[in-house]
Each structure stands twice: as structure tokens, then as C-alpha cells.
Design a protein around this ligand. Sequence first.
Ligand code: UP5
Ligand code: MG
Length: 190
Amino acid sequence: SSQIIPFITFVLGGPGSGKGTQCAKIADTFGFAHLSAGDLLRKEMSSDSVNGAMIRDAIKEGKIVPSKVTVSLLCEAIELSKNHKILIDGFPRSDENRISFERITGREPDMVIFFDCPEEEMVKRVLSRNQGRIDDNIETVKKRLKVFSKLNLPVVNYYSGRGKVHKINGVGTIEEVFEKVRPLFASLSR
Ligand code: UP5
Ligand code: MG
């Protein structure tokens, strides 16, 4: 069967920077499939999968789940989506994640969006979310922020060096931020 190579966008940014919110809008407006690595892991955690307890422990501590697990969930979701326009939200979170994805899929992303947001704003948003996430408490948020600076930012820097990163200021209303995101995709569908 002929396979269409998907257009892959990685959407990165700290906890609460607005990745999920903006991805939902991009998906609605431009017909992308929205694959959140965190959502896939939370779903896997709640199933009786062999990895459930391990995933729960990692998320509770703000640690990064082994690449093998996340990449396999993402590959499965890409295939199931039957969409050739893919947003990957919240992955890769480390150089190891990145290298693993690139090795297993033989692909680099076509584009990377990075939501830049001050820590105080991210903390405020996460702590007022109230959706019962086991990692939305001040102790875990502090750990997530540390992991973000230490391990996620090097991925952003790597793709910056390859000219793929669009840095978007994540401060402002949801609509204001989306108006800065829109041109990245509007120009694609021309
Ligand atoms: N909100 C959004 N935009 C706003 C705006 N402009 N103004 C005011 N409020 C705004 O937004 C967060 C909250 O803020 C929401 O209530 C929203 O309404 C509001 P959201 O869009 O959800 O932000 P997002 O960046 O998606 O925040 P999230 O908390 O999901 O980010 P994380 O990166 O921390 O979470 P994720 O689910 O990606 O990962 C969770 C954990 O899973 C990780 O810590 C890790 O342990 C594990 N994980 C891995 O191990 N590997 C992976 O590859 C992925 C995850
Ligand atoms: Mg999210």
C-alpha cells in the first residue's frame, strides 16, 4: 500500500504554557490530529497495562517515562489517526526522547512550536486547572519545572539550531496566543 509521509509538528513548552489548549484550536481550525503524549500516557496509566504503575510513578514525580513506551504509544496513535497532518503535544521532552523518536520513525519533525511563558504564569495556570491530575500540586509542579529547564529546553535548542523552531509568547488570552500561531499553519495550506 502506498504510504503518505505525514507532516509532523512538535509542540513544546513548560507545564501550563498552553500546549494542549492551542493544539486543540490548531486541530479544529486546520484539520490536524492532536496527539498529546501526556494524554496517551495517562490513558495507558489508567488501563491495566503492565506499564501502568511505572507511568503513574513517573508522572507523580514529574519524571520522563522511558522513550520506548512513549514512542510506541505515539507511533500507534499516528497510525490510528489516518491523518497526514500531526501535532505531537508535549514530546520529545529530552534529547533521549528525541533521538529515540528519530531513530524509530526515521523522521524529524517538519516544524517545532515552542510556547515561551514565565514560570509564575505557568504555575498559576496549572494550579487553578482543577481536573484532578495527580501532577497538578505545588510539589510536583516544582519538579516538572526543573525537568523542563534541564531536559526539555535542550530539545528546543537543538531544533532551533536546525532552523525549525517558532517561538511564540505564551502570555495573553487564549485567542491572542492563537492569533500568533495561526500564520504558521495558514501559510501551509496556501
Ligand atoms: N490556559 C491555557 N492557555 C491559557 C491562556 N492563554 N491564558 C490563561 N489560561 C490559559 O493549559 C494549562 C491551563 O491553563 C488550563 O487550565 C488552560 O485552560 C489554561 P494547557 O493548555 O493544558 O497547558 P499545557 O502546556 O498543555 O500544560 P500541561 O500541564 O498539560 O503540560 P505538561 O507538559 O506539564 O503535561 P503533559 O501532559 O505534557 O505531561 C505530563 C507528564 O507526563 C510529564 O510531567 C511527564 O511525567 C509525563 N510525560 C512523559 O514522561 N513523556 C512525554 O513524552 C510526555 C509526558
Ligand atoms: Mg497538556
